[in-house]
Design a binder for this molecule. Structure first.
Ligand SMILES: [Ca+2]
Ligand SMILES: [Ca+2]
Ligand SMILES: [Ca+2]
Ligand SMILES: [Ca+2]
Length: 459
């Protein structure tokens, strides 16, 4: 079980393993083990609570080690000062104190906001990509704890700090300008105009987000409830864009989970029946960066054109849709397309469960060239696959795989498809029992090695 779990974790969470290869053939689980694992995961996910009941004062003490925060009401002031220092705003302390007293927050609400703000400051001050990822994960957990307090608070009137950087949005419908850098909104159907390098926590409401790109900076968005509309959700160019939408039937238009030039884009949508609609170079596309689109539950529809739905050129592109009956429609170079050119490139298109429909053009559904790796994996469900030439496991000097584990699928492919290779490696596998399957072992070994070369710092 261990090895396949490690392999699944590699695929799902992008964490490379340092298990050595070819050691544990007898430990590979059967198909039944994997199916059991997926059902258990679904059950766990359904019972998982994002918001954690917690004592924010205690969390704040743990985070900062500052005993003052237990007895005094100074956490928010210190957090704001740390935040201004991180974004180079020159301030005077009396105007911060005035702002805080105008807010009239309880100690608990102040502590909850301070907990989030200190975590965000750590992201801003991080020195390396690794430190940034660590700080982003801590921010995730701070938000889970602080939201418990914030969701029960109601703000009647929006408040902006004297330097135009921080905004606490009211429970009414607001419009947020692009120069704001730290926003917590307590409800209402809000509209966020173009932004770059900012933090948003929107607690409730059906919201509209426009032009959410990060150019050489960091964008963080948490939207907890409501049916939201996102334009250019999680686009990064040399920066980090981290996007999280917890509940609701959402719409994602334009550049969704797209990265260029060492950028990292993460989009996680946990629940709801969502619609993804775009043109070319979208829905987990990367050129020289990392893009991850992770949609956990729901019946989703994905529609795009060329180079989309797990498509990479010298980059890493991962689209994971875990559960639900989904429809994916794209044109050429899509649905697990990877081109290494002179560098490294990985595309993973993963669908765990549901009766799905996949439609794409040429060079799709598992196509790799020039030392790239592309894998299209569908575990369970009665699926339909349609693509044209050089598709469904087709490799030219690369490694391409299409694996439909339960094999209840209909495949329509064109010329040079379904196991075609020219100077590369290609796996077209239907109805696979991973236990003892040499091809699967070989594939995971390649992925393992590849990740190790790409991320030596994690080994
Ligand atoms: Ca609002
Ligand atoms: Ca919302
Ligand atoms: Ca959703
Ligand atoms: Ca789905």
């Amino acid at each position: 079980m261990k090895k396949i779990l490690i392999a699944l974790i590699i695929l799902i969470l992008l964490i490379p393993s340092n298990q050595s290869e070819k050691a544990s053939l007898p430990n590979i689980p059967s198909r039944e083990d994997i199916i059991g694992f997926l059902f258990a995961l679904e059950k766990r996910a359904k019972n998982l609570q994002f918001v954690i009941k917690s004592n924010v004062g205690k969390e704040l003490l743990e985070k900062t080690g500052n005993m003052n925060y237990v007895f005094n009401d100074t956490s928010l002031k210190d957090a704001i000062i740390a935040f201004y220092d991180a974004i180079n705003v020159s301030y005077n302390e009396s105007s911060i104190e005035e702002f805080i007293s105008s807010l009239n927050f309880s100690k608990e609400v102040s502590d909850a906001i301070a907990l989030i703000m200190f975590s965000y400051v750590d992201v801003l001050n991080a020195k390396s990509g690794e430190e940034q990822i660590d700080a982003l994960l801590i921010t995730f957990s701070s938000i889970r704890k602080a939201s418990y307090v914030l969701l029960n608070y109601s703000l009647n009137e929006s408040k902006v700090d004297p330097y135009g950087k921080i905004c606490f949005g009211s429970t009414k419908s607001n419009v947020f300008e692009k120069n704001l850098t730290f926003i917590i909104d307590f409800g209402g159907d809000d509209k966020y105009i173009a932004r770059n390098n900012s933090f948003i926590l929107d607690l409730k409401g059906n919201d509209k987000y426009e032009n959410q790109s990060a150019i050489y900076g960091i964008n963080i968005l948490y939207d907890l409830y409501g049916n939201d509309t996102h334009f250019d959700a999680s686009y990064s160019y040399g920066g980090i864009n981290s996007y999280f939408d917890l509940e609701g039937n959402d719409k994602y238009y334009g550049n969704t989970a797209v990265s260029y030039n060492d950028g990292m884009s993460f989009l996680i949508d946990m629940k709801g029946n969502d619609i993804y609609k775009g043109n070319a170079y979208t829905q987990a596309f990367s050129k020289g960066g990392i893009s991850l689109l992770f949609d956990f539950m729901g019946e989703d529809v994905y529609n795009a054109s060329l180079f989309s739905q797990a498509s990479s050129i010298e980059g890493i592109a991962i689209l994971l849709d875990a559960y639900g009956n989904d429809v994916f429609e794209a044109k050429d170079y899509s649905q697990a397309f990877a081109d290494g050119m002179s560098g490294r490139s990985i595309s993973l298109f993963l669908n765990l469960q549901g009766d799905d429909l996949y439609m794409a053009g040429n060079y799709s559904q598992g196509y790799a060239e020039d030392l790239a790796i592309s894998v299209f994996l569908d575990v369970l469900g009665a699926d339909n696959y349609k693509a044209n030439k050089f598709s469904q496991a087709s490799a030219i000097l690369g490694l391409a795989g299409l694996i439909d584990v339960d094999g209840i699928g209909k495949f329509a492919g064109g010329f040079a498809s379904q196991g075609y290779k020219m100077g590369g490696i290609s796996f077209f596998m239907k109805d696979v029992d991973p236990r003892g399957n040499e091809n699967i072992i070989q594939l995971f070994d390649y992925l393992n090695l590849y990740f190790r070369e790409l991320f030596p710092q994690f080994i």
